[in-house]
Write a protein that binds this ligand. Structure first.
Ligand SMILES: [Zn+2]
Length: 150
């Protein structure tokens, strides 16, 4: 079997340009995939990711986060991570209940200080290195900050 056996002609879902993909399932399954799947050529894929990244960068700018530094690929990944981590912070904040107004004020301040720490991290690599940060990790750091302001 030559390598050409794995090559299939598909059409980009966005720009309708034809391009070749390699598929390694059975011929029948490959034909099914060629027909059913939405295919995107490399340049449309790149444009799509760039657009998604720009959207995230913009929404992060609105909440005080500056643009990230790094290679386009790293920035694209880091923006996704940053969105997920900020989401975890929001989730944690929403899950907290307070019996006293004073407690809530202290907590809000701790969250603001916490976000300030993250807002200083403008290197895409930092976000990638910290992608495994859990809600628990965030909660622990918030507690530490809360202790310093009480
Ligand atoms: Zn295309």
């Amino acid at each position: 079997m030559t390598e050409e056996n794995y090559n299939y002609d598909v059409r980009c879902h966005t720009c309708f340009k034809k391009f070749i993909v390699q598929l390694f399932e059975s011929h029948e399954k490959n034909l099914f995939l060629v027909d059913k799947k939405d295919w995107y050529c490399d340049s449309c894929k790149r444009a799509y990711f760039k657009q998604q990244t720009e959207k995230l960068t913009k929404s992060h700018a609105e909440i005080g986060f500056t643009a990230l530094e790094g290679t386009p690929k790293r920035i694209s990944w880091a923006e996704k991570i940053r969105a997920e981590l900020i989401h975890k912070v929001d989730f944690l904040k929403d899950s907290l209940r307070f019996s006293e107004e004073k407690e809530k004020e202290t907590s809000d301040l701790a969250f603001s200080l916490f976000l300030l720490e993250w807002q200083k991290q403008t290197d895409a690599k930092w976000w990638i290195d910290n992608r495994k940060t859990t809600v628990r990790d965030i909660s622990d750091r918030i507690k530490e900050i809360t202790e310093t302001i009480q």
